[in-house]
Design a protein around this ligand. Sequence first.
Ligand SMILES: [Zn+2]
Ligand SMILES: [Zn+2]
Ligand SMILES: [Zn+2]
Length: 124
Amino acid sequence: MDMHNGINPFTCVYCNKSFTQKGALVRHVPIHTGEKPYQCDECGKRFIHHTSFNMHRLSHTGQKPYKCTICGLALISGSHLKRHTRIHTGEKSTVVKRAEDVLLRGTTCPLTRNFTIIPSRFFP
Ligand SMILES: [Zn+2]
Ligand SMILES: [Zn+2]
Ligand SMILES: [Zn+2]
């Protein structure tokens, strides 16, 4: 296969959009077919992808199965957790220290409350 001709091997029969990966095409096609195989038995809302469906289900149960191992904050998805974990692992060590101070005072994670990251030079 000539990879330099710019043609992706998986092409949507509806709009001719092409994809490099089959999975991407499979996820794309329901846009045209209107197929939403996942239905919430709680509110009847339908979903194309099981990931968004799962996320939606959690909004009913209030469950947050992902827990930050560093501060214990519970989050609804792995990607939320990943984003959150960055506040602990980032190079901005001063900010992390301040974030911990906030957490010690019993509030929830600073990221979820639009915490403004203050440049470290403002701290002694
Ligand atoms: Zn298409
Ligand atoms: Zn629902
Ligand atoms: Zn955390």
